[in-house]
Ligand binder design. Structure first.
Ligand SMILES: N[C@H](CCC[C@H](N)C(=O)O)C(=O)O
Length: 284
């Protein structure tokens, strides 16, 4: 089956995008396509698959599938690329519009340079902090902030934040010594996170900058994670390591995102989105 695609990235977090305004794909094939298309040797190579699709509740919808075929609830870098594509492809006419995700609708605003989208701002909504809604096992409490988390003989401190998808955030002294590869997959699949979890290590540089690395649920180490960067700013604020309501620069492997957790409890993400290539994927 020949499938037209666009490959796009947000700070190096790259996905294969299908424009389902143009054609349909059977639901039961999606997980398999995500796994196959993401394979750098036998597919195109990406962190997963993203669908841009018609919606009944917004001008467009976005669904994301990780490299392992699992479906995520939201994707910050994917949302910025989706917004860029939708505006440039004429799927939307306004520079501000809603995008449906499995985690609910978000508000996107594109900033133009000529007739191209240069950067995108997304209101990612309100963080979810209740333990049972992350979800994270353990005795119910309002929030999980700086809680002792023993894993593989290591004693870490975890702050749990959901941005519609689950994040376990660990503050570290030196990002270059973060046990990303040593503990990423173990934490991702830890039974204390019944739906799995995205794993972030964060070093606070100063009151307006964080260093950040991520092991993503279903994709492993990626260059960037938009929902993760939002979770990192929420976690650092809850740990009183950065001030509330300021715009924080998050330095990810693939570049910088600008995150603000505002007075209305909304988390705003601003950053770039880039088209890499388009073509036809020969799916078998
Ligand atoms: N791996 C994530 C989905 C992708 C999120 C990330 N790529 C982003 O930019 O937010 C999950 O399973 O929740």
């Amino acid at each position: 089956m020949e499938i037209p695609y666009i490959k796009m990235h947000g700070l190096g977090n790259n996905y294969i995008y299908l424009d389902l305004f143009k054609f349909e794909i059977a639901e039961e094939r999606l997980s398999d396509i995500a796994q196959k298309v993401s394979n750098v040797n036998t597919g195109i190579g990406s962190d997963g698959l993203i669908l841009i699709h018609p919606s009944n509740v917004a001008p467009i919808g976005m669904r994301i599938f990780n490299k392992d075929g699992s479906e995520g609830m939201s994707c910050g870098n994917g949302l910025r690329c989706t917004a860029k594509y939708a505006f440039e492809a004429g799927l939307v006419q306004d520079t501000s519009f809603q995008i449906e995700t499995r985690a609910g609708n978000v508000e996107a605003e594109v900033k133009l340079m000529g007739d191209e989208v240069e950067e995108v701002t997304i209101n990612m909504g309100k963080p979810i902090l209740r333990r049972s809604l992350i979800p994270m096992a353990g005795k119910e409490r309002e929030k999980v902030v700086n809680e002792t988390f023993i894993v593989a003989g290591e004693e870490l401190k975890v702050t749990a934040v959901s941005m519609g998808n689950p994040h376990a955030v660990f503050m570290v002294e030196d990002i270059n010594k973060a046990p990303l590869y040593e503990l990423g997959e173990t934490i991702e699949k830890d039974p204390r996170f019944p739906e799995g979890v995205n794993v972030e290590f964060v070093e606070v540089l100063n009151e307006s900058e964080l260093n950040f690395r991520v092991w993503e649920r279903g994709s492993g180490v990626t260059q960037a994670c938009g929902t993760g960067a939002c979770a990192a700013v929420v976690a650092a604020t809850l740990n009183q390591l950065i001030p509330k309501h300021k715009t924080i620069t998050v330095h990810l492997d693939g570049g910088d995102l600008f995150i603000t957790w505002d007075e209305n409890d909304d988390v705003w993400m601003n950053g770039g989105a880039d088209i890499i290539a388009s073509g036809v994927y020969h799916y078998r």
